[in-house]
Design a protein around this ligand. Sequence first.
Ligand SMILES: [Ca+2]
Ligand SMILES: [Ca+2]
Length: 77
Amino acid sequence: MKTFVIALGLSALGTAAFAAMADVDTDGDGVVSFTEMLAVYPTLTEDGFGAIDTNGDGVVDAEEMTAAEEGGLIPEA
Ligand SMILES: [Ca+2]
Ligand SMILES: [Ca+2]
């Protein structure tokens, strides 16, 4: 019971302002493509996506996603 409450609290924190990684990564491969990102953030441009994809591999991983959220690169969902 205690574990359940803690898990719930953490999950609420994680989704406070932004879409959760798992919500954006609709095909579940662990990274977010421009197409997946566009479904959640329709105003995102390719340039904007490029700014989030800091290592330039064409997809956004969890680390890049967090950095983008903290840096204000993506709009709130
Ligand atoms: Ca994906
Ligand atoms: Ca990347």
